[in-house]
Design a protein around this ligand. Structure first.
Ligand SMILES: Nc1nc2c(ncn2[C@@H]2O[C@H](COP(=O)(O)OP(=O)(O)O)[C@@H](O)[C@H]2O)c(=O)[nH]1
Ligand SMILES: [Mg+2]
Length: 213
């Protein structure tokens, strides 16, 4: 009897320690320019003082998967440790001509398009490695599109927990309701990564989701 109690005690203690130390791999996915890097930067800056990557108004700024290895996020007195993974935007069409609008030279635009295509492949490859995924969407854009549906379908197939972020809520055109009705079976959190609005609700949802894994 005593042995059994002791055994259970150790089992519980060790599994708690293990759980506490576990690093949750948190991926930021979505179409280009939705604000994945802006959000990842804000979180990293708040909890580590450092950013994860560069933000740009030119699409496909992030063309390699980038990481922050250990980010201890504290929310309501609890801490969870994450490995943050910021990914290149996923899109079905990448035309170099599109970058010329942003005053890139033809050669630069072509290189960017090639790297962006590689980036999409890399993002998808990394999906298998994620524990939890945040899909960042620009809430001023139509959420019903091939890219969003493909990303979500991939995650469902892999049984990876998903949180949808409706970003850029600071903009007049933002429409979170449209995102909610496009993906009714998911939690949707509206934020502004740029101004740091409503991050508390974001942390709350991430903690809730991470506890499930
Ligand atoms: N108004 C507004 N702009 C944002 C917000 N988040 C990101 N942006 C802008 O959207 C553009 C793309 O951001 P970025 O983080 O590079 O997007 P990513 O391609 O998804 O990583 C940049 O010009 C950002 O300043 C937001 O919450 N509000
Ligand atoms: Mg980015």
């Amino acid at each position: 009897m005593v042995i059994k109690i002791l055994k259970n005690f150790f089992k519980r203690t060790f599994s708690n320690i293990f759980r506490h130390k576990k690093k949750i791999k948190l991926g930021f996915y979505g179409p280009p320019n939705a604000g994945k890097t802006s959000l990842a930067n804000r979180i990293c800056k708040d909890f580590t003082g450092e950013e994860i990557g560069t933000v740009s108004k030119i699409p496909h700024e992030t063309r390699n998967v980038q990481f922050k290895e250990k980010v201890d996020i504290e929310y309501k007195g609890k801490t969870m440790t994450f490995k943050m993974i910021d990914t290149p935007g996923i899109s079905t069409r990448i035309d170099y001509e599109n970058f010329l609008k942003y005053k890139l030279k033809k050669k630069e635009a072509k290189t960017r398009a090639k790297e962006a295509t590689q980036g999409v492949i890399e993002s998808i490859k990394w999906l298998d490695d994620m524990d939890v995924v945040v899909i960042v969407l620009d809430s001023t854009e139509n959420p019903y599109n091939q890219v969003n549906i493909t990303i979500i379908g991939n995650l469902v197939a892999r049984k990876i927990p998903v949180l949808i972020v409706a970003n850029k809520l600071d903009l007049k055109k933002a429409n979170i309701k449209k995102i909610e009705s496009a993906f009714p079976e998911y939690d949707v959190v509206g934020i502004s990564a740029k101004y740091g609005d409503n991050l508390e609700e974001f942390y709350e949802s991430i903690f809730k989701l991470s506890k499930k894994i």
